[in-house]
Design a protein around this ligand. Structure first.
Ligand SMILES: Cc1cc2nc3c(=O)[nH]c(=O)nc-3n(C[C@H](O)[C@H](O)[C@H](O)COP(=O)(O)OP(=O)(O)OC[C@H]3O[C@@H](n4cnc5c(N)ncnc54)[C@H](O)[C@@H]3O)c2cc1C
Length: 511
């Protein structure tokens, strides 16, 4: 068996990567030792940036229709409601998906899987990666299915094989970080109680946090929480009754759990790999970084790892871009993973620390000021980009170049604006580079050399817009400028110097 890319693992990261590679027309094989997609609810928070990516693949609306928008958070304490946070306008004007989508991982994976099958590819289920080796030309992997073993040769291998990644271990990469002392629990249940099914309910205890997420279905809720420090039991020995008891103890709420669909107790880690790639092998998703569940970031980050890697692999294999382009995957995604670990750790510390001042602020101040704080535009503009992942930027990347002065810079995601009532993203679905010109109509835009246009035929498209007030405000530039967007719609080059040589020079790094 031979392929261009062997993907190990068909969790959300592997499935999303396979779909991206299929979008670029790259030959791939994807394997997983499970027998199919997960039936469980697992990761339920889908961020705006993930939906923007799915929009390019035409599956965003379908996923949105399977879930629920988190529009309200009720803060609970001592058995009563202490505050309410209105999330309805938190991302307004920043994304076509200005909300957190709550949808269960089982439905999410099934959608990604169906989409992959529509492209004529399928996952090799019940197939396990056993070992692999690589040299300068290829990766040779031994895979096992049932009693049989066979060799598969691939140009590249991507380990999307989760937290216990065999790929990571085999590459000898360290996975540094920490394991939290406390045990976490998660339960997908049906509850009878007085609270309406329209808001996320969060209980801020002395040193515990308990969250209730409404799920699609009658009286269905996801409960997530922590046992206090010092709860020494083996997670496998903890019965649901102990979780129920802990929820009752921490929240003082009156509830009746009438059905348990799924539950799990686990230890949480905060770790990142030292490098995202070695030679022809790459890591993505939980294989490369794992977080606390605070902020619903883990799965979304894995999906974006794949989004960053897919176009680079495609450029190298289909258009002979220099192999060094693949080094920018580690260059861009490693600092992002480290930053994220920092943020989720701090969020988690605030949410569940027993340190007296943090505990006091969390219980007695935060519930009363949170909604007020979020009514400020500046707070929204800080919080939403951070949590929704639309604020991820590769400003320091060697692929980012800026000429002139702008408030958006090279390495940032293409900001979302509307032009004459239409989303600019509607023009940017094609998996190619995009030349985007905002013209004030005062200067003539010099033509690109014919030879460049021919050489790049099919690899770049172009879009011309009049410079409107929204574009001036968003980009911080009141005269003609242009952008070269990478195929993942991050800004590669932004310039107000209208020079064809600048464009030619920038593009030459991909030739
Ligand atoms: C309770 C809970 C709630 C969470 N909530 C959120 C949330 O709201 N939002 C969010 O973003 N994240 C959340 N997360 C994190 C999220 O679940 C993970 O980050 C995500 O599942 C990682 O996806 P992955 O594809 O990288 O890895 P996994 O989902 O672990 O998938 C790895 C796949 O690789 C396969 N595999 C492993 N080894 C091999 C091998 N040798 N050969 C073949 N196949 C192999 C496995 O069978 C598996 O299918 C949550 C996690 C938990 C536990």
């Amino acid at each position: 068996m031979q392929t261009d890319v062997l993907i190990v693992g068909a969790g959300p990261t592997g499935l999303a990567l396979a779909n991206q590679l299929a979008r670029f027309g790259v030959d791939l094989v994807i394997i997983d030792h499970r027998e199919g997609t997960t039936p469980h609810s697992k990761a339920i928070g889908v961020q705006a940036r993930t939906l923007e990516i799915y929009d390019q693949m035409d599956i965003a609306e379908s996923l949105v229709s399977k879930g629920w928008h988190a529009e309200k958070v009720r803060l609970v304490g001592g058995g009563e409601i202490r505050g309410e946070i209105d999330l309805r306008s938190i991302g307004k004007g920043m994304s076509p998906f200005p909300f957190l989508l709550i949808v269960e991982q089982g439905l999410h994976e099934a959608l990604l899987y169906d989409h992959l099958k529509e492209s004529g590819r399928d996952v090799n289920w019940l197939t396990e990666l056993l070992e692999f080796s690589q040299d300068e030309a290829v990766v040779r992997a031994i895979i096992g299915a049932g009693e049989g073993r066979k060799e598969i040769t691939a140009k590249y291998l991507v380990g999307c094989d989760g937290a216990h990644s065999l790929v990571r271990h085999s590459l000898g990469l360290k996975f540094e970080g920490a394991t939290f002392e406390r045990l976490f629990y998660v339960a997908d249940v049906e509850i009878d109680w007085e609270y309406s099914h329209d808001a996320l309910h969060v209980n801020l205890g002395d040193d515990t946090l308990t969250a209730f997420f409404p799920m699609v279905g009658d009286r269905r809720w996801r409960i997530v929480g922590t046992f206090p420090e010092g709860h020494e039991k083996d997670p496998n020995d903890i019965l649901f009754e102990e979780i129920e008891h802990q929820v009752s103890l921490d929240t003082s709420l009156k509830f009746d759990i009438t059905k348990v669909n799924w539950n799990s107790v686990y230890k949480v880690h905060s770790r990142a790999v030292e490098r995202f790639s070695v030679g022809r092998c790459f890591l993505a998703g939980d294989a490369a970084h794992i977080h606390t569940p605070a902020g619903a970031q883990g799965m979304n980050t894995g999906i974006q790892d794949g989004y960053n890697l897919a176009w680079k692999l495609a450029e190298v294999m289909k258009h002979n871009a220099p192999v060094s382009l693949l080094d920018t995957y580690n260059e861009e995604r490693l600092p992002n993973a480290k930053r994220l670990l920092n943020t989720t750790d701090r969020l988690f510390d605030f949410a569940a620390s027993e340190e007296w001042l943090t505990s006091f602020l969390r219980k007695n101040v935060f519930p009363y000021v949170a909604n007020f704080a979020l009514s400020f535009e500046a707070v929204k503009r800080f919080v939403f980009p951070l949590v929704s992942q639309i604020g991820i930027s590769y400003r320091e990347s060697s692929l980012s170049e800026i000429v002139g002065s702008f408030s958006v810079t090279a390495g940032d995601r293409m900001p979302w604006i509307e032009i004459e009532g239409r989303s600019i993203y509607d023009d940017l679905h094609a998996p190619v580079f995009h030349l985007v010109v905002f013209s004030d109509g005062k200067v003539e835009i010099p033509p690109l050399p014919d030879e460049l246009i021919q050489r790049w035929n099919g690899r770049i498209d172009s879009h011309f817009y009049s410079l409107n007030d929204k574009a001036i405000e968003t980009f911080g530039c009141d005269h003609t400028f242009f952008i070269i967007l990478r195929p993942d719609n991050y800004i590669g080059l932004i310039s107000d110097q209208l020079s064809p040589e600048l464009i030619e020079n920038y593009l030459s790094r991909f030739e």
